[in-house]
Design a protein around this ligand. Structure first.
Ligand code: PMP
Ligand code: GLN
Length: 408
């Protein structure tokens, strides 16, 4: 029941936010705790990142670096490290003084970017299913979200093997652009589907953005989690995109310190200035000592990034195979640390009901993808499991999930 004030007789929560309620991640993590279930819902690792990075944070704290308000755009060491990372990995050059902004996680980067760039009435095109904060931030900015749905698709690889992935329909994307479209909000590698947009798909997006003179915001927080033959292509590297793209990254995923909340924006000076204008009134600054630690983390040798990816790949394969054996339809992810499944082979089709019952039935928590859709029906039968967990935890989860087929 809505809370009403006695005077105004109107709900406390404003109309823009009323539809969002509590995030699914909070709801499902609470369910995992209260039922003692294995939490494959919210995407956070159950082991911390590299010891030397943790020690770098301790050192910064002890040395009194970052214990008082750091500079608004971020500490110079981190801005330089972000710029160096973009250059080393992708050949993208950004001026650490004017083209890099440190934020309180990617979450604040998304919020500040949308609040800065979107006017009430502007349309924002986002790939559906979309990360939940996109919808809420578009709403807070007064914009209108226009979903373009990624649809399940089977394709046969060069090796003859059949792969299932969620695919972007480029015609649908083109048709979604109107005179009111302000920006395209892209996410690759994509949460929750695990899709990594191909160079061809991204090139088509870039051509559309140039043709229709659109800004593009690209959430690339899983940039280091791309597997097998797939490649991560930053949108900003494509022709015509460097000046119109706001790229968003985060240390949380890459270094397994999701609680530190260190994220960043890289873009041209005018875009960074716009985003900073909003950011300064959200948190002003955050994560002081952690910024120094993340600066060191970004400079880790390639061996760190390679080992991180190899570890997650093994976990992806373990969980994907286990889910298939348990009877789920599996969309083996090309990126991220999530695997989306189809529950219909188990004889059910309501992902919400399935996830609410799963702790009781099997002692495991997962996320219903439907919450990431405006077209709820399109997402109804899909359920997401996170595999950023210890191998023994994944093995136990799989053995529990295998009981589902027998008791269904
Ligand atoms: N974007 C996507 C696609 C995510 O999955 C997440 C969750 N980590 C975020 C942004 C938020 O990242 P952060 O924890 O750095 O705020
Ligand atoms: N990004 C994480 C996920 O998709 C959750 C982050 C959050 O709880 N907001 O699971």
């Amino acid at each position: 029941m809505a809370v009403m004030t006695s005077s105004a007789r109107r709900p406390l929560l404003n109309r823009r936010l009323a539809e969002f309620g509590t995030t699914i991640f909070a709801e499902m993590s609470a369910l995992a705790l209260s039922t003692g279930s294995i939490n494959l819902g919210q995407g956070f690792p159950d082991t911390d990142g590299p010891e030397e990075v943790r020690e770098a944070a301790v050192r910064a704290l002890r040395d009194g670096r970052g214990n008082q308000y750091p500079p608004g755009p971020g500490v110079p060491e981190l801005r330089a490290a972000i710029a160096a990372h973009q250059e080393r990995r992708y050949g993208l050059t950004y001026d650490p003084g004017t083209e890099v902004l440190v934020t309180a996680g990617a979450t604040e980067a998304i919020a500040a970017t949308l609040l800065a760039l979107v006017e009430p009435g502007d349309e924002v095109i986002a790939l559906e299913p979309y990360y939940d904060s996109y919808a809420a931030c578009i709403a807070m900015a007064g914009g209108t979200r226009v979903p373009v749905t990624l649809r399940p698709h089977e394709e046969t690889g060069a090796d003859g093997a059949v792969r299932r992935r969620f695919r972007l329909d480029l015609d649908e994307l083109r048709d979604a652009v109107t005179d009111n479209t302000r920006l395209l909000l892209i996410n690759t590698p994509h949460n929750p589907t695990g899709t990594v947009l191909t160079r061809e798909e991204l090139t088509a997006i870039a051509e559309l953005a140039v043709e229709r003179d659109l800004l593009v915001v690209t959430d690339e927080v899983y940039e280091h989690l791309v597997f097998g033959g797939s490649e991560h292509v930053p949108l900003a590297t494509l022709p015509g995109m460097r000046g119109r793209t706001v790229s968003i990254g985060s240390a949380g995923k890459t270094f397994s310190f999701t609680g530190w909340k260190v994220g960043w924006v890289t873009a041209s000076p005018d875009l960074v200035t716009a985003v900073r204008s909003a950011k300064q009134f959200l948190t002003y600054v955050s994560s002081g000592p952690f910024q120094y630690a993340v600066a060191e983390a970004l400079a880790l040798p390639d061996t760190y990034f390679d080992a991180f990816r190899a570890d997650m790949l093994a976990k992806r394969d373990l969980l994907s195979a286990g889910l298939a054996e348990a009877g789920f339809g599996v969309f083996t992810p090309a990126g991220t640390y999530f695997v989306t499944t189809d529950i219909r082979p188990l004889g059910v089709s309501d992902g919400f009901a399935f996830c609410r019952a799963l702790p009781e039935r099997a002692g495991v928590v997962a996320i219903p993808n439907a919450v990431f859709y405006d077209h709820r029906d399109a997402g109804a039968p899909f359920v997401r499991f996170a595999f950023c967990k210890q191998t023994s935890v994944l093995e136990e989860a799989v053995s529990r999930l295998k009981t589902l087929a027998t008791v269904a």
